[in-house]
Design a protein around this ligand. Structure first.
Ligand SMILES: Cc1ncc(COP(=O)(O)O)c(C=O)c1O
Length: 357
């Protein structure tokens, strides 16, 4: 068996231990004689997995009692539409535009013809920073993208507002502790930090569940899923099983607080290599907005970027090409990327600079 270092932005690398465990249990889940993916979503066999995943998420992420954890489908992109459908009350919805994913969320508000306001945008500077964000306390909800996967920027602290704060945490969920006093609704596609694609994790404060209007279809209401413990219809059972394994893995690493320390160490290894390169490598994000999850940079001579990516591939490091809208290089170093993988990348960066700098 050969496992290489996968720096893809999502779906992304998963811990080998998790994949191995899934492999071992694939044909005969805990002596049941069937695979967990063959189990009825109404069976005890599956129910235990489902509930364990929810309780581990609550435990590890220190989620207060008055929140629900939901497993939905449709990706984070469906949440761009569900958030306004479920939270808008006829006043104003406020958005911070910090990149392509916030822009897409804003577009969904526009489609629903609600009164929305973009309070701040970092578009003019190529989305290279998290600007100062000030939401009004009276908004129906306020919306941020906590980590901008494409541009490599990340909030160091969530904005303070009395309006319910909606956080798209698709690319940094479970990577640092959360101050839940500041968050009303968080959502994330699982495929970066939490498991495989096909499951969207939603964490919602109970008081928001009753806002939804009668015209919203059953399946698009958070309330439907909250009332039925995400079992109103068939949930993506195998994905949820893998999320459960991921949570056990996270717990074995010391939980969110410990993984955050490792994430800081990994990110600083690469940022130090950028900052110490005498301008050979150029970071995209402003220093105070740098993401711990997606490190984006260019090489001074842009023609060398493709060469760098090719050399990385030859050294068993894939997925380093920047998103098509920004180009350059992007190293996605989510929870499951090992320190060893990052060290390997930094070695190549230093060696490459010696040869071409
Ligand atoms: C921050 C962020 N939001 C939303 C999405 C869209 O997620 P999905 O493909 O699950 O709809 C992504 C995907 O990369 C993302 O990085």
């Amino acid at each position: 068996m050969k496992r290489i270092f996968n720096f893809n932005a999502g779906p992304s690398t998963l811990p080998t231990e998790v994949l191995k465990e899934a492999q071992e249990e694939l044909l005969d889940y805990k002596g049941s004689g069937i695979s967990i993916m063959e189990a009825s979503h109404r069976s005890k066999l599956y129910d235990d997995v489902h509930n364990e995943a929810i309780s581990l998420i609550k435990e590890l992420y220190k989620i207060p009692q008055n929140y629900h954890v939901l497993f939905l489908q449709g990706g984070a992109s469906l949440q761009f539409a569900m958030a306004p459908m479920n939270l808008y009350l006829g006043g104003v919805a406020e958005y911070a535009d910090t990149g392509s994913w916030s822009s897409k969320a804003i577009k969904e508000a526009q489609i629903q013809n609600i009164n929305y306001k973009v309070v701040v945008s970092s578009k003019e500077s190529g989305y290279d920073r998290i600007p100062d964000v000030e939401f009004s306390n009276e908004a129906d909800y306020a919306y941020i993208t906590s980590n901008n996967t494409i541009y490599g920027t990340q909030y160091k602290e969530y904005p303070k507002t009395k309006a319910p704060l909606v956080v798209d945490a698709s690319s940094d969920i479970f990577s640092y502790p959360i101050d839940w006093d500041r968050v009303a609704l968080m959502f994330a596609g699982a495929q970066k930090n939490a498991g495989p694609s096909g499951v969207t994790i939603v964490i919602i404060r109970d008081d928001l569940l009753d806002r939804v209007k009668d015209s919203v279809p059953t399946l698009l209401r958070y309330k439907t899923h909250a009332e039925k413990n995400s079992l109103y219809n068939t949930p993506p059972t195998f994905g949820i099983y893998l999320i459960n394994l991921m949570m056990k893995w996270l717990k074995s690493k010391g939980g969110v607080e410990e993984i955050n320390k490792i994430n800081q160490k990994k990110a600083s290894l690469i940022y130090d290599a950028i900052d110490g390169s005498d301008g050979f490598y150029i970071g995209h994000a402003q220093k105070d907005s740098r993401s711990l999850m997606n490190v984006t940079f260019n090489i001074k001579d842009r023609d060398l970027e493709e060469k760098f990516i090719k050399e990385a591939e030859s050294a068993d490091m894939i997925g380093l090409k920047g998103h098509r809208s920004v180009g350059g290089i992007r190293a996605s170093i989510y929870n499951a990327m090992s320190v060893e993988g990052v060290e390997r990348l930094v070695e190549l960066m230093e060696d490459f600079r010696k040869r071409y700098g």
